[in-house]
Design a protein around this ligand. Structure first.
Ligand code: HEC
Length: 202
């Protein structure tokens, strides 16, 4: 079978392939993409002057959390406000970071709040993901626990040992509270058993 000069020279089931020139519009989008990729690479990967999507998302979240914080700065802390904050993903995420810091809450409550053990050693703090609470799980109860800390109660014979975090400011305490509210009743796997003096909540 003869093959015309402008075909690729192969035929399958009598089907031949033309060797047409690529259209200019196609070639220009291709060259354009090549040139673009050089600038893209330099901007994002060599110089690091741009945020990749993951980093840009984190920055946006931080800005959103700061905006919420600024709106609240002049308002007194209330039950409704804390509940609302616990439903704001950007704000809860800020609280999660505070909590998971190995030198802060995670030291005694484990990064996920389930306590049990931290680095192979039995955790000091109680499980914050179950339905048993020592000092109450209402938003203001949790806020007060974190802001003021809890010392041993001789009547209820509680152990105490939860320090005050007020010195980090109300924003810190609000963020940590929002996170604790968000993990309440999440029943972390391998979580610690409730303290004998903890009260089961409905
Ligand atoms: C040095 C260890 C330690 C650190 C650090 C710590 N906690 Fe605690 N926390 C405790 C202990 C111990 C208790 C329980 C006190 C008791 O049994 O009387 C407690 C109790 C609590 C409770 C009350 C639980 C309940 O059942 O009522 C909350 C909420 C809490 N911590 C949140 C936090 C947050 C948020 C942080 C970080 C900002 C934090 N804790 C850091 C040791 C710690």
């Amino acid at each position: 079978m003869s093959t015309p000069a402008d075909t690729r020279g192969h035929a399958y089931d009598d089907i031949q392939e033309f060797d047409n020139r690529l259209p200019n519009w196609w070639l220009w989008t291709f060259y354009g993409a090549c040139i673009f990729s050089v600038f893209y690479w330099i901007h994002f990967h060599s110089l690091g002057t741009g945020d990749l999507p993951g980093e840009a998302y984190v920055v946006e979240q931080r800005i959103a959390a700061d905006r919420i914080a600024a709106q609240l700065a002049n308002n007194p802390v209330t039950e409704e406000m804390l509940l609302k904050l616990a439903k704001e993903p950007a704000f809860v995420e800020e609280g999660r970071k505070i909590f998971a810091d190995p030198g802060k809450c995670a030291l005694c409550h484990r990064a996920d709040g389930g306590a049990a053990e931290v680095g192979g050693v039995p955790a000091i703090g109680p499980n914050l993901t179950d339905d048993h609470w020592i000092y109450g799980s209402k938003p203001m109860d949790i806020y007060t626990t974190i802001a003021k800390g809890r010392t041993p109660d001789p009547v209820r014979k509680t152990m105490g040992g939860m320090q005050s975090w007020e010195m980090y400011g109300p924003q810190f305490v609000m963020r940590a509270t929002a996170y604790v509210l968000s993990i309440k009743n999440s029943n972390s796997v391998g979580g610690k058993k409730p303290e004998t003096y903890a009260i089961k909540e409905q």
